[in-house]
Design a protein around this ligand. Sequence first.
Ligand SMILES: [Mn+2]
Length: 240
Amino acid sequence: MRICVISDMHYPYQMLDDRDKKNAELVLSFLTEAKGKYDMMVLNGDIFDLWFDWKYTIIKQYFPLLHRLADIQDEGCKLVMISGNHDFWFNDFFQKYLTIPIYEEKYNIIADGKKILFTHGDLHPEFDVRYKLFRRLIRFNGIKKMFSLLHPDFSLKIAARLTRSSRMKNFMQPQKTAGLKKYAKYIINKEKYDYVCMGHSHQPEIMEIGTGKYINTGDWTSHHTYVEIRDGKVEIKQYK
Ligand SMILES: [Mn+2]
């Protein structure tokens, strides 16, 4: 089985500078080339800088990306999406129009004899009670409802500022990695996973932990990395 895992593309709906444009171009050409190459593609969170779909509206700036996902799926590749901390407000667009299932916290499979867990990682921060609270608050239905009542042009302008500041923080939190590895160690021991595949820290890495492996897909804001699991063998690759 050929599995491709990607996370933390942070595809922007507003291109603020050349760096944003360059990163977005790389994402799009990678996805174009991925067509027909995999049996499964796992979108492991923070693919979008912010996801929101209203009752009748989607963010048109995401069309190039969404259209490529649909193309990949049309070639017979199974896609799954796991929520990140930038894309968690899903209405029905993914399920109904792309037919891609959404997993709020995690997704697991057994492929070629390997027990694999996919989870974005924001659920397992170290020393971050404030974030855990924020996470619960922002997923509260009242907040989502309020956001959906604002005009998209207005709410997305506000949100652009918020997500931008959170994206910059990513580079300043190496302790995120420590929290992810701690969780990987815990879950490998407890549930005997061979691979625990995460994102969030933006640090591409494969590390042996006991009988399993902690795998991080890295990001597309600076590393342009993804993970391939082919016939049970795992490898980090860089797209150039
Ligand atoms: Mn994240």
